[in-house]
Design a protein around this ligand. Sequence first.
Ligand code: HEC
Ligand code: HEC
Ligand code: HEC
Ligand code: HEC
Ligand code: HEC
Length: 215
Amino acid sequence: MAQIFPRKANLVPTISLIAGLGGGVFVVLFIWYYFSPEFTDVGYSPEQPIEFSHRFHNGELGLDCQYCHTNVKVASHSNVPSTQTCMNCHSQIKKDSEKLLPLRTSFDSGESVKWLKVHHLPDYAQFSHAIHTNNGIGCETCHGRVDRMEVLTQSKSLAMGWCIDCHREPEKYLRPDSEVTTMGYTQPTDFLQRNLERIRRESIKPPTNCSACHY
Ligand code: HEC
Ligand code: HEC
Ligand code: HEC
Ligand code: HEC
Ligand code: HEC
């Protein structure tokens, strides 16, 4: 819990002011509780063992997310790619690059590259990629404009309130299944109506009961 107001440090004076006026620990705790989950991890982008660019490989080269994240529609967990996936190209392209040295070391030793996890839910919360990506929720909705990220960065809070906002009104977010991995997707003007029809037709009903996400 080292980071309480990481990139929102400008909130601190406001909070001290309110705390000063309203008096006491209660206000501070209250604000801390309600605001911190929204901010704690947004913007987190650890330094990776290889400077891998989503902006280049997805945004410019046009590789689909599923070329590397092969499990994302079939499993709860969305894998990061194996060294072999990178070597499909990098056994030929830039094969002497200094930046790719850890990749070649991994290929020779058979030990995976030690990619650091960016997103992380606590163990007591259940999440499945497959159920979301097969029900019209785009990667972009939860991970932002990955195609513009030189360094992969967490862009949404992943807090409970964020999950539930969508579970209450999924019609605001659904997109056609064929657009799930599209970046920069724009909804047609009648999307709300289309989504409401789809929700009825496919009986899409995201859970809001505690036991669906906590068991
Ligand atoms: C479909 C082919 C392809 C795949 C798959 C691919 N890359 Fe690349 N990568 C490229 C191309 C093309 C370049 C740009 C080469 C250039 O600048 O001439 C590049 C550049 C790079 C660079 C910059 C190298 C330098 O010296 O500037 C890094 C680092 C890199 N890729 C890492 C990876 C990693 C890690 C993976 C696997 C997760 C991967 N790439 C998968 C095609 C690919
Ligand atoms: C060429 C392979 C490749 C492609 C294509 C690719 N990724 Fe990745 N992705 C990686 C690698 C390697 C990592 C781990 C290193 C990093 O975080 O940059 C990663 C990490 C991620 C993470 C962070 C995982 C974590 O630890 O929390 C997300 C989210 C992600 N990718 C989403 C996407 C999305 C969305 C797309 C399509 C728009 C995409 N990726 C396309 C290779 C790829
Ligand atoms: C409904 C929101 C949502 C959607 C849609 C979504 N993700 Fe995620 N993603 C998450 C969450 C939440 C985590 C953290 C999961 C955890 O820690 O258990 C995550 C983690 C990841 C990871 C790290 C590995 C893992 O499973 O923890 C990768 C890679 C990833 N997402 C890629 C993608 C790609 C690619 C897509 C689109 C095909 C996508 N995600 C769609 C919410 C989403
Ligand atoms: C942008 C919308 C959106 C967001 C954000 C979102 N979900 Fe969902 N979720 C859905 C939809 C749509 C379904 C599918 C409901 C169905 O199939 O009836 C779903 C289904 C689920 C299910 C039910 C799985 C099952 O087996 O039926 C769980 C659990 C769940 N989500 C957890 C989460 C968690 C945890 C988060 C936050 C980290 C989250 N969701 C964020 C839209 C979302
Ligand atoms: C759609 C999924 C979902 C549902 C439904 C849900 N939760 Fe959560 N809950 C989460 C996630 C995800 C987290 C982790 C948030 C984080 O990492 O900040 C969480 C965190 C919590 C926490 C830890 C404190 C906090 O706010 O972070 C408590 C307590 C909790 N949930 C209780 C409940 C109760 C009680 C219900 C039923 C009224 C419920 N949850 C329903 C997804 C859900």
